[in-house]
Design a protein around this ligand. Structure first.
Ligand code: NAD
Ligand code: UD1
Length: 310
């Protein structure tokens, strides 16, 4: 099969591309390298087509979609606090860009678009775990942008018959997550701070919790969401079903590092939700999803990977 992966030079994208190539699929990546790196694709570079371009460029996305069976649409501005600072840019890429992808996919007659949505569409609801029947209530421009992507996908499904599936990822972590910006995912920042002898910064009291999901679970689910017939129009959570506080992750990292973390506690971050946990029963029902790597094992593998990169 022929896959187009937008954002394929990023963290989730490049790990997914590796697995697609391993399974013998033909892969095109469209990425503007604003956050991703060509180095993430080093192992498969000779076997894929790489296009450096942006999803906000209609011609570029039209060209990339031509001949594709499946589109995994992962390109986005991914940071919640950055969206609070720069709502227009987030909207332009995550909303306008997604609309371009949907139009191009429709016109190219692709079999399915799988969209990287986010648990942030739920907002800060007290009900846990979060299930797909709950009304979305995002509290950041980023969360709004992901919800709009889902809604557009639903409309393209009903109006034009485009096969569309949205996966609401819950805090994904693992090898290749870029720790290089203050907007990076928290575990990549904690791990590299601990590895380099620095002090992890915790925004708030550290008792906020996330359903941290190891990348390999997400990679497998991405493929299952493409391949499973008869699930068009579904919006599905993707997590582990567990909930881990930042303080707990620091305790595990202390064990791995063999020294105290000595975290620095700062003010809570704007736009943050307090707790997050996925109900994953719909994913199991819809495409047989099972998180094969649990949080602790995933964190251990991730720690080892960052240490090996040093
Ligand atoms: P990432 O930043 O590593 O990957 C995003 C990729 O998109 C990067 O390679 C970046 O260069 C590319 N990109 C950004 N703007 C682009 C544009 N205009 N045109 C083309 N490419 C562009 O982030 P990630 O963690 O791999 O996230 C992948 C997707 O999953 C995103 O849509 C993100 O919102 C979503 N998501 C991630 C998480 C998580 O915890 N990592 C959770 C929920 C949803
Ligand atoms: C993350 C993803 C977002 C995704 C969402 C879905 C990234 C950068 N963000 O957002 O794309 O849609 O999950 O679940 O991948 N924190 C600290 N110290 C730090 C950094 C963060 O304490 O140095 C705290 C934050 O304030 C927050 C928690 O850690 O409370 C998680 O933050 P972050 O990793 O940025 O993830 P989300 O905002 O949950």
């Amino acid at each position: 099969m022929r896959y187009l992966v937008t954002g394929g030079a990023g963290f989730i994208g490049s790990n997914t591309v590796d697995e697609l190539v391993r399974r013998g699929h033909s892969v095109t990546v469209l990425d503007d390298l604003s956050a991703g790196k060509e180095a993430n694709l080093a192992g498969v570079r000779e076997r894929i087509t790489f296009i450096q371009g942006t999803i906000t460029d209609r011609e570029a996305i039209e060209k990339a979609c031509r001949g594709a069976d499946y589109v995994l649409h992962l390109a986005a501005r991914t940071s919640v606090p950055r969206s609070v600072k720069q709502p227009l840019e987030t909207n332009q890429i995550n909303v306008d860009g997604t609309l371009n992808v949907l139009v191009a996919a429709r016109d190219a007659g692709v079999r399915r678009v799988v969209f990287a949505s986010s648990s942030s569409v739920y907002g800060d609801t007290p009900t846990l775990p979060k299930h797909e029947g709950m009304p979305p209530a995002p509290i950041s421009p980023y969360g709004v942008s992901k919800l709009v992507g889902e809604l557009y996908g639903g409309v393209f499904h009903r109006t034009y018959g485009l096969d569309f599936v949205a996966l609401r990822y819950f805090n994904v972590f693992g090898p290749r997550q870029d720790p290089g910006s203050p907007y990076s995912g928290v575990l990549s920042l904690f791990i590299t701070a601990m590895r380099d002898g620095g002090q992890p910064s915790v925004f708030g009291d550290g008792e906020q919790s996330r359903d941290f999901t190891f990348i390999q679970n997400v990679v497998i689910a991405n493929l299952q969401a493409c391949e499973t017939p008869g699930i068009a129009g579904r919006v599905v959570n993707l997590g582990t079903g567990g909930r881990y506080t930042l303080n707990y992750t620091l305790r595990l990292l202390e064990e791995f590092a063999g020294r105290p973390a000595k975290p620095k506690y700062d003010a809570p971050r704007e736009g943050d939700i307090r707790d997050s946990q996925a109900d994953i029963s719909l994913a199991t029902q819809t495409f047989g999803y099972k998180p094969h790597v649990n949080f602790e094992e995933g964190l251990r593998r991730t720690w080892d990977w960052y240490c090996s990169q040093h």
